[in-house]
Design a protein. Structure first.
Length: 557
């Protein structure tokens, strides 16, 4: 310790003041002495240390101790050095020199902040910088002092145990970095492609230990089949019967278990190639249930193995026996292949205009005795009125009840054909009460059979047979009999209206004789009257006297 007053002792110490006099005068007191005056300020942890902890004979420098001329050195404050080892034991046993402040400070001995490991022969990089000192600097020797120098660091195994047990001869840093053991070096990453099993797809993301258990890289691994590593079989042996014995790569790839690359092309190698609409169906629609119990062996002998019978068993019996393909294709269910030619093989061949009728016009919900929404295809009643309304309101039920040679009823075919409703095929009017003869044969049915007043129904039965029922009376009622019937046939025939066939000799009191026989009717019958606004030639009465036609100047021959 340096004397601030030099060799002038009396500036501090006075003599001859008695035995009990304190030689040293502390200003203001020993406890409050300003240690800065010594040239060694007490700071941080030193500021709280008692004086006698440092000022003891044991801490005195040997050279200074000899200069102190006092038998009891315990009362001396001299002989101390500023070096840490003067008071403190060097835990490093001189390995790092005596300048403790290169690493430590007076605030906390254990918290080393100032030591720069990068200035040593082994700079700390990566995760090494986070390792506590005592993890590498371990006690050694009989006194268990910590070793700081002479530590081997040329190889990783100097500190770390080799997890590969000598499998790889190359240095650890060939594959690993100090930033993390599991993070392989990008620049010198282990090239698995040079092995017998190059890593592809998702395998690139698998940690080494996922296959090399316990870090044993020497033990050969089987890899010929996926099941060598991946087990148990998630499909529970469903594909063992295939030629590949269920090898996963037929349906999956190393790029991911899902989605499977097994598509339409691959499905063509199965017993059921996907065609038409089936090619767009998601796998899980047929292969159910979802999850680990999915069934891949699916029944497909009949469409109804997968699809609900849209026809409610109408085609279950022979000859169809639920063979959907007889009418449908995998391209489109709604576009049926059941043609007119095929319809001929049913109990109702499509002829005439029926061939142009849409299927849906006959096969629609509510027909065929069905009350549900299922379209009917089996019709027990195949008569016309099963689909068509009888416009005749049963007028011809007796005729329609007549039978074909096969026993089926004639129905509308008694008069009509499937070619045209308007065209009446072979109705024999002669078998009615009014045979069509003469000009009547050329008259259209509708000219006589007209709708009943107040409706659109055409009347056939009960049609009046009198001429005036259809024809207007051109004679203004001159020839109406007492019973109200005009006997047109007395003068006319059905072949033609004119010339008249009236027999003047038999039906009048004026026989036509001589020159009168060749005289035209209009020469004598000239009287006209207006009936309902129209001129009508009157035949009754006609004068019989000669003068009435020939005049008074004409003399009979």
């Amino acid at each position: 310790m340096k004397n601030p007053n030099g060799s002038d002792c009396v500036r501090c110490h006075l003599e001859h003041n008695g035995v009990d006099f304190a030689l040293v005068h502390w200003e203001p007191s020993l406890k409050q002495f300003d240690h800065r005056l010594t040239g060694y300020p007490l700071v941080d942890k030193h500021a709280g240390v008692e004086c006698e902890k440092c000022h003891t004979p044991a801490h005195m420098v040997s050279a200074d101790r000899a200069l102190i001329q006092r038998k009891d050195l315990s009362y001396s404050f001299l002989g101390l050095s500023k070096e840490c080892v003067t008071c403190h034991t060097d835990p490093h046993k001189g390995q790092l020199g005596g300048d403790c402040q290169r690493c430590h400070n007076l605030t906390d001995w254990k918290h080393v902040q100032q030591f720069d490991h990068s200035k040593t022969k082994y700079p700390l990089a990566g995760l090494h910088a986070q390792v506590a000192c005592n993890k590498c600097h371990l006690p050694f020797g009989p006194d268990y002092s910590v070793k700081y120098t002479g530590i081997k660091f040329d190889t990783c195994v100097s500190c770390h145990t080799d997890p590969h047990k000598g499998t790889f001869k190359a240095a650890c840093e060939s594959c690993h970095t100090t930033s993390g053991w599991k993070k392989l070096s990008v620049s010198v990453q282990f090239d698995h492609s040079k092995t017998k099993y190059p890593l592809l797809g998702m395998h690139l993301k698998v940690g080494c230990s996922g296959c090399h258990a316990g870090g044993d890289f020497k033990r050969p691994l089987a890899f010929a089949q996926c099941a060598n590593c991946h087990f148990p079989d998630p499909h529970k042996g469903q594909f063992q019967a295939r030629a590949s014995k269920g090898e996963c790569s037929e349906c999956h790839s190393v790029n991911g278990w899902k989605p499977s690359p097994f598509g339409v092309k691959e499905h063509a190698t199965s017993h059921y190639p996907l065609e038409g609409k089936h090619a767009a169906v998601a796998c899980e629609k047929c292969h159910t249930p979802a999850g680990k119990d999915t069934q891949y062996k699916v029944k497909f002998a009949a469409c109804t193995d997968c699809h609900k019978d849209a026809h409610d068993k109408q085609f279950a019996a022979a000859p169809y026996q639920d063979r959907c393909e007889d009418c449908h294709t995998v391209r489109d269910f709604h576009r049926s292949t059941f043609t007119i030619a095929k319809h001929k093989n049913t109990r109702f061949a499509l002829t005439g205009v029926h061939a142009a009728v849409s299927c849906a016009d006959c096969h629609k919900a509510g027909l065929g005795g069905r009350t549900d929404k299922i379209l009917p295809f089996h019709f027990e009643d195949r008569t016309c009125t099963a689909c068509h309304t009888d416009p005749h309101k049963g007028e011809f039920k007796e005729r329609m009840a007549q039978r074909h040679p096969d026993g089926t009823s004639l129905g509308c075919e008694a008069c009509h054909t499937t070619r045209s409703w308007v065209e009446v095929k072979s109705f024999d009017h002669a078998k009615t009460k009014f045979a069509l003869v003469g000009a009547h044969r050329a008259v259209a049915c509708g000219d006589c059979h007209k709708p009943v007043q107040g409706s659109h129904e055409i009347q056939f039965k009960g049609t009046p047979q009198a001429c005036e029922a259809c024809h207007a009376d051109p004679h203004g009622g001159q020839f109406v009999a007492k019973n109200g019937i005009t006997k047109c046939a007395d003068c006319h025939v059905v072949q033609r209206w004119t010339p008249s066939t009236f027999d003047h000799d038999k039906r009048t009191p004026f026989p036509l004789q001589g020159g009168h026989a060749n005289v035209g009717c209009s020469m004598c019958h000239t009287l006209q009257r207006e009936i309902q606004g129209k001129p009508v030639l009157f035949y009754k009465p006609t004068p019989k006297n000669c003068v009435d036609c020939h005049g008074a100047d004409v003399r009979p021959a």
